[in-house]
Design a protein around this ligand. Structure first.
Ligand code: ATR
Length: 253
């Protein structure tokens, strides 16, 4: 049986095993998808090599780069990997978050009309979101992050994190790409017709819940989760995924 999984730390909440295992069954694949929750990468590379493919999540999307023998064009450009294919002990790195976020924009009709966008965060996920926005939309994209030094590697359009509340009125789309679900920003400063996106998909998302109480349009990370999973499946098996079956797995729980 071939092994696949999700590599990260403190990721017991993940529903990726549910999505992939149901989907593997649909295709009659002799494969299993499991959580690989580890404290550090350095001492676990031989364990990683036992898998045929892995998704990579916090906090390893950037840290895994130096262990990859080959990076595809997007992963190389973004400098973040969220999908590994392992062949003969070699790690091939891909970025399927880009397609996942692009499809989130498509499904929520956020591609057209030039808009002002604010990305909060500057980790591996934020970089994929930035790349998708720059590649597939005409939007003006700004970035802010708690650690300001990281944003300069991504864009020159930056906002000081300590001043972000003063600028929220400027944005049509605000995207939480940090790993925290209770972002400390003043949601009541966001303009009323703005769209608030959180790429996290967990239900206990205080940031989105607060935005909803103010009647803002909100979008969670489920579409991104599904489409990055679908693209990862295509990387691993060279077959097109059945996205509807993936959505069904979540609906049925
Ligand atoms: P991923 O690869 O999934 O993006 P990551 O690289 O660990 O995960 O990035 C996490 C992001 O969440 C970073 O932007 C991080 O900010 P720092 O660069 O300052 O660490 C952000 N983040 C995590 N905890 C945070 C917190 N308590 N407040 C604000 N931002 C936070």
């Amino acid at each position: 049986m071939k092994k696949y999984g999700l590599l990260g730390n403190k990721i017991e909440y993940s529903i990726s095993p549910l999505i992939h295992n149901n989907h593997f069954a649909l295709f009659n694949l002799d494969a299993i998808y499991e959580i690989l929750d580890i404290d550090d990468l350095e001492n676990n590379i031989s364990l990683i090599r036992q898998y045929s493919g892995l998704n990579v999540t916090k906090p390893y999307k950037e840290k895994i780069l130096k262990f990859c023998q080959v990076l595809n064009a997007e992963a190389k450009e973004i400098k973040a990997v969220n999908c590994l294919k392992i062949i003969n002990d070699k790690l091939y790195g891909y970025n399927t978050d880009v397609y996942g976020f692009y499809m989130l924009l498509v499904k929520n009709q956020l591609i057209n009309h030039k808009r002002q966008v604010l990305i909060i965060g500057a980790g591996g996920a934020a970089k994929a979101v930035y790349y998708a926005l720059k590649t597939y939309t005409n939007h003006d994209v700004y970035i802010t992050n708690r650690t300001s030094s990281k944003v300069n590697f991504i864009s020159s359009n930056t906002i000081d994190f300590s001043l972000v509340n003063n600028f929220l009125t400027e944005f049509d789309i605000i995207i939480n790409c940090t790993s925290i679900l209770d972002l400390p920003i003043k949601i009541d400063k966001i303009k009323k017709d703005a769209v608030v996106i959180d790429i996290n998909y967990q239900e206990n998302n205080l940031f989105l819940q607060k935005a909803q109480t103010l009647n803002l349009k909100t979008v969670n990370g489920i579409d991104m989760l599904i489409y990055q999973a679908a693209k990862s499946f295509a990387v691993w098996f060279e077959k097109e995924a059945n996205v509807e079956v993936m959505y069904d797995s979540i609906r049925k729980g």
